[in-house]
Design a protein around this ligand. Sequence first.
Ligand SMILES: Cc1cc2nc3c(=O)[nH]c(=O)nc-3n(C[C@H](O)[C@H](O)[C@H](O)COP(=O)(O)O)c2cc1C
Length: 176
Amino acid sequence: MNLLIVSTSLNPQSRSAIMARHAYNYLQSSGEDGEFLDLTQLELPPCDGKTCYGHPNTIKVATMVAEADCILLATPIYNFDVNSTAKNFLELTGQGWTDKVVGFICAAGGQGSYMSVMTFANSLMLDYRSVIVPRFVYATGSSFEDDRLVDTKVGERIEELVEIILRFAKSLSSTS
Ligand SMILES: Cc1cc2nc3c(=O)[nH]c(=O)nc-3n(C[C@H](O)[C@H](O)[C@H](O)COP(=O)(O)O)c2cc1C
């Protein structure tokens, strides 16, 4: 299985990026295939519904999404939603999400926004029949110290999420 991990925060001290990196390190240590896409490292055009699709970086990420068996999206929670970079990423890569297993890692400022990813998840389910793993990793600043993830429970949940996504994707591919 090829798991694509996408880090969508543009903050250089991003906590969701730290968690995404934890997921990728775990994926590599378990010997599974996967890629890490850090959107701070690749400038993408804003979606205009037309010319953006011919941009070389759009083509690059659309190919990465299309070739993935499953996707783990790490996102900041902004205004009770994923950030606009995550939304733009979906707008640019849409059809590639079809029938993919998708999981979420969220960094938030407080506990109250824990359902914020649902609008994005609904759109994936309704537009692309994506299979959403119903186990989100959601962490706030209290799980971090000096740009390090210190909450071992969150670390374990990230590892568990990676395993579950791969298990879902393997199970679904064996039935299709
Ligand atoms: C514009 C903006 C909007 C935010 N909105 C929320 C919110 O609705 N709920 C929340 O819990 N935290 C909110 N936060 C706090 C971020 O989720 C928090 O800083 C998180 O660590 C950001 O993720 P990152 O560190 O991966 O960039 C917001 C932060 C910003 C800058």
